[in-house]
Write a protein that binds this ligand. Structure first.
Ligand code: ARG
Length: 461
């Protein structure tokens, strides 16, 4: 174990041990290790190419850094709190490996532009991974949709039965939400993929560095234009947590529906044993723990977004140590979103089965075809508002008589309005009710087939 470092010779004594622990970020920023090495390798190469150090020195630095990567992957690099953070941990180990030349690595650089570089490299890689998770989630939604174009499910507003819809149409709504999530992440990626390396502590550097060189090596699209902004900007991380929060909103809404659907009251889906849990006391129970956990984990991602906004709001330019607090929320946000997307995907892929018989009963047992009666009259030139009021009355009398609309005799219909003819029965049958909503983006089967084709081409299946 190396000694707690004592900064420059300006300092005479080491940090108080409790303060050292309080100040350290190594406990969590070790997550950035590989990105820190990648960033440092690019920096070392740039120092060589600009002749700030010799080529031989640059090569020594690069091979020392690569050795740390190997050690880390083999589980042999485990810096403790005395290193303070991942950046110092790497520098100290590098000096142990390559000797005094290791002390040249930090020429023309500060931990401020270094940590900004690391977190961007980390986040852009994770954004791409989350996008892949989203694609798999979308594929699972699409596969159920393809099987259930003509499976009907009650559609709700205010959680009251409203109009029957295609089950595929319902699921494709989530497809669209996750498509926006995917696109939003592309957008965040653009503002994440900008290099702060070379901004130095805050003001740039006296050395003749080449910022474009490191940016190119690291695959950044461009460099920050202003060094103060470069080291203190965390907008991209806020944008990411915002995008992550919206993903969680969508997953949480789907979770809530699954929880409802699995209840005895709805009974629209069966939870399969591989994705459901039991109760420790009530042997009859099968619980939807997975969607409940997803719904529950949503709060922590919102919390990370809120925390980072609050961290940033009062910060004077440029770097302040408050920024060290950005990491845990970002890391946990990334992990939570990935885990939830994966769990929900598995749940869709193998954890649920739609109870089609029960669904067919559900759409036939209510008044959710009432709008269609009004539409029927309106299509026969009865003004819609008049038709609407009339059907309201029909629903009222039918309810009182314990009848559904389909149970009314033609005589009864015609007493209500002479425009009713025998085709009213066909017009209010659930399948017809759904298939007739053939407006663009509606639930009509033709529309749903087209929506599936569009969705398929989006995710390139
Ligand atoms: N561990 C620090 C962080 O995460 C690294 C940057 C430290 N810079 C400084 N000037 N103290 O933000």
């Amino acid at each position: 174990m190396s000694q707690q470092k004592t900064w420059s010779d300006r300092f005479e004594s080491a940090l108080n041990p409790a303060i050292a622990i309080f100040n350290a970020s190594i406990g969590f920023d070790i997550e950035l290790l590989e990105y820190d090495l990648t960033g440092s390798i690019a920096h070392a190469k740039m120092l060589g190419s600009t002749k700030i150090i010799t080529d031989t020195e640059a090569q020594q630095l690069v091979s020392g850094l690569e050795q740390i990567r190997t050690e880390y992957r083999q589980g042999n690099f485990n810096p403790g709190v005395e290193a303070e953070d991942v950046h110092f941990a790497v520098e100290q180990r590098l000096i142990e490996i390559v000797g005094d030349v290791g002390k040249k690595l930090h020429t023309a650089r500060s931990r401020n532009d270094q940590v900004g570089t690391d977190i961007r490299l980390y986040l852009r890689a994770e954004i791409r991974q989350i996008q892949q998770h989203l694609r798999r989630f979308q594929a699972a939604l699409l596969s159920h949709s393809q099987n259930h174009v003509e499976t009907l499910i009650p559609g709700y507003t205010h959680l009251q039965r409203a109009q029957p819809i295609s089950l595929a149409h319902h699921l494709l709504a989530y497809f669209q939400m996750s498509q926006r999530d995917w696109e939003r992440l592309n957008d965040v990626y653009q503002r994440t993929n900008i290099s702060p390396l070379g901004c130095g502590a805050l003001a740039g550097t006296t050395f003749p560095i080449d910022r474009q060189y490191t940016a190119d090596l690291l695959g950044f699209d461009r460099v920050y234009e202003n060094s103060l902004d470069g080291v203190s900007d965390r907008d991209f991380a806020i944008e990411f947590l915002c995008a992550a929060s919206l993903i969680m909103v969508h997953l949480s809404r789907l979770s809530e529906e699954m929880i409802l659907w699995a209840s005895q009251e709805f009974s629209f889906i069966t939870l399969k044993d591989t994705c459901a849990t039991g109760s420790s006391i009530m042997p009859q129970k099968k619980n939807p723990d997975i969607p409940e956990l997803v719904r529950g984990k949503t709060g922590r991602v919102f919390g990370h977004l809120q925390a980072l906004l609050v961290i940033m709001k009062g910060l004077p330019l440029a770097y302040n140590k408050d920024l060290q607090e950005d990491k845990e929320g970002i890391f946990d946000g990334v992990k939570t979103v990935k885990a939830c997307l994966e769990a929900m995907t598995i749940l869709l892929e193998e954890g649920i089965e739609f109870k089609t018989t029960r669904l067919a009963e559900a759409v036939a047992e209510d008044f959710s075809n009432a709008t269609d009666v009004a539409d029927y009259l309106a299509s026969k030139d009865v003004p819609f508002r008049e038709a609407y009021n009339l059907v309201g009355k029909v629903v009222k009398t039918s309810l009182a008589a314990g009848k559904l609309l389909k149970d009314l005799t033609l005589d009864e219909w015609q007493q209500l309005h002479p425009a009713f003819e025998s085709d009213i029965y066909e017009a209010i049958a659930p399948k017809q009710v759904v298939s007739a909503r053939n407006s663009y983006g509606g639930t009509g089967f033709e529309q749903v087939h087209q929506a599936i084709a569009r969705a398929k081409s989006i995710i390139d299946l």
